[in-house]
Design a binder for this molecule. Sequence first.
Ligand code: AP5
Ligand code: ZN
Length: 214
Amino acid sequence: MKIIMLGAPGAGKGTQAQMIADKYNIPHISTGDIFRANIKNGTELGKKAKEYMDKGQLVPDELTVELLLDRVANEDCKNGYVLDGFPRTIPQADVLDSELTKLGDKVDYAINVDVPDENIVNRMSGRRACLKCGATYHIKHIPPKTEGICDKCGSELVLRDDDKPETVQNRLSVYHEQTQPLIDYYDKKNILKTVDGTKDMQEVFDNIVGILNA
Ligand code: AP5
Ligand code: ZN
């Protein structure tokens, strides 16, 4: 099963993608997490990506597309995967589509996690992220068992550099301009499924599972 998560920054794509990955035993592939891991490790890619991410802009397609295609060519992706944060532009979606077509394959579902802009800023300011394993928490809604420590791997949790309110506003405008058109794109392919992302985490997940098991 090949699944794409769509939705505004902070809509809960990463949270739901991880739950899907755990239930269906497929990898959760987040381009944002890959970039953040590169930044943490001080790689060349990380240095380049950081310039864009800190401003809330998209990392250029040249740096993103190859990286993603390499990742999904991995052995662990042969039974499917859930993509979180990719594609983010129509050109990225076109490349993914044509690469899959070459393999006689296709995306099965594009899940759009729908959350209005008003709810987003509050979610971002409360988010705490694990830069080691990619797990995400929220200080009020989804707290870790021990404050500031990742339940899964024991690493320290941090506020992401791009979660400052000014940057969040910019990420939202970039989303509306460059990523939201993908909703129509996948609707035309008849694989778009929209869920109400304002519900609590488990309810959103139950709705997604209902779609995937239908
Ligand atoms: P990326 O890491 O993909 O960030 P994003 O799309 O902005 O999405 P987020 O990770 O912020 O949010 P999310 O929807 O995953 O929400 P989450 O589950 O964490 O990308 C970061 C940057 O990298 C981009 O700005 C860009 O520069 C670059 N980049 C990445 N991919 C790229 C690409 N393909 N092309 C170009 N550039 C790229 O949830 C948010 C918070 O809410 C958490 O605290 C969570 O615990 C909480 N929460 C989740 N669900 C609920 C719920 N139901 N109720 C209450 N709280 C909830
Ligand atoms: Zn962790």
